[in-house]
Design a protein around this ligand. Structure first.
Ligand SMILES: *[C@@H]1O[C@H](CO)[C@@H](O)[C@H](O)[C@H]1NC(C)=O
Length: 243
C-alpha cells in the first residue's frame, strides 16, 4: 500500500510540472467506498441539488457548505476556493470540480477533488467540523535546493507563521513572500476549510507542516494537500494576493 502510494505520488509530482501549462486539470482525487448510488436515483438528484447550491453560494466568500436529502440519501458537501482566486474563476472551478468528481467517482457516495484554484468534497457521511486526515496527498518539485537543512528550516518557519496568521483570520487563508538569502524569495500559502474551528484549523495546518520533511525535504517547492487544509511553498510567485 505504502509503496503504491509512494510511486503514485512520484507520478503526480511529475504531472504537476505540466500543470504550469494546463492549469485546468485536477491535481488529484479520492473516492470513498461508503456505498454506491444509481444514476438519476435519489442520491444522484440530491447531489445535483447540492452542487448547484454550492456553486451559487461560493462566489462572494470562496467557501460554501450544504446538505441535501435525508437518511441514506443525504449528501453533505463543501467547496473551497484558494483565498486569492477571483470570484468568477472560483465559481467556474467549483462547477468543473462537481462534474469531474462525479465522473471520477462514478456512483460513489463520497469523493473529493482538488485543483490549483479550488476543492470540492461530498459524502453521505457527516464530516463538517472534523479534521480530514484520511484524504491527503503530497506534491513536490523534482529539483532540490543546495542547502537543504537551512532551507527546510526557513520553509517551516514561514509556514508556521502563516498557520498562526490564517487560523486567526476570518478566511482561514494566509500567503506571504519572504526574502531568503541574496536573490531568492520564498512564497508560502496556507488555507483551511471554514467548517473547522480556529483551533482545529491551526492543528490541521501544524500537523501538515509536521509532514514537511516526509513530503518535501530539500525540494524547491512542495505541497501537503488535505480535505481540511493545505499548504504550498515555491521559489517563484504562484498566488495573486496575500489575504
Ligand atoms: C533531489 O533529492 C532527492 C533525494 O535526495 C533525489 O532522489 C533526487 O534525485 C534529487 N533531484 C535532483 C533533480 O537532483
Amino acid at each position: 500500500m505504502y509503496f503504491f502510494r509512494f510511486t503514485f505520488l512520484h507520478l503526480i509530482s511529475f504531472i504537476s510540472l505540466l500543470h504550469i501549462v494546463t492549469c485546468a486539470d485536477p491535481l488529484f482525487h479520492f473516492c470513498s467506498n461508503k456505498g454506491n448510488y444509481k444514476n438519476n436515483g435519489p442520491f444522484d438528484n440530491n447531489y445535483k441539488i447540492l452542487v448547484s447550491s454550492l456553486f451559487s453560494q461560493v462566489p462572494p466568500t470562496g467557501f460554501a457548505l450544504d446538505s441535501t436529502g435525508q437518511g441514506e440519501e443525504v449528501v453533505n458537501g463543501l467547496a473551497l476556493c484558494r483565498g486569492d482566486i477571483p470570484s468568477n474563476d472560483c465559481k467556474s472551478c467549483v462547477i468543473e470540480a462537481s462534474d469531474e468528481v462525479r465522473k471520477r467517482c462514478e456512483y460513489n457516495k463520497g469523493g473529493v477533488i482538488w485543483y490549483d484554484s479550488c476543492m470540492l468534497k461530498y459524502s453521505n457521511e457527516k464530516f463538517f467540523g472534523t479534521i480530514d486526515y484520511g484524504n491527503r496527498f503530497y506534491m513536490w518539485n523534482l529539483n532540490n535546493v543546495s542547502d537543504a537543512e537551512s532551507f527546510n528550516m526557513k520553509t517551516k518557519e514561514l509556514l508556521s507563521k502563516l498557520s498562526a496568521k490564517a487560523s486567526s483570520s476570518s478566511k482561514f487563508y494566509a500567503a506571504q513572500v519572504e526574502e531568503i538569502g541574496e536573490a531568492e524569495k520564498l512564497f508560502g500559502l496556507v488555507q483551511c476549510t471554514r467548517d473547522l474551528t480556529k483551533e482545529k484549523c491551526k492543528k490541521c495546518l501544524d500537523d501538515a507542516i509536521g509532514e514537511l520533511n516526509t513530503c518535501c525535504d530539500g525540494r524547491r517547492g512542495g505541497r501537503v494537500v488535505g480535505g481540511s487544509c493545505n499548504f504550498r511553498y515555491e521559489l517563484y510567485p504562484f498566488f495573486y494576493s496575500a489575504n
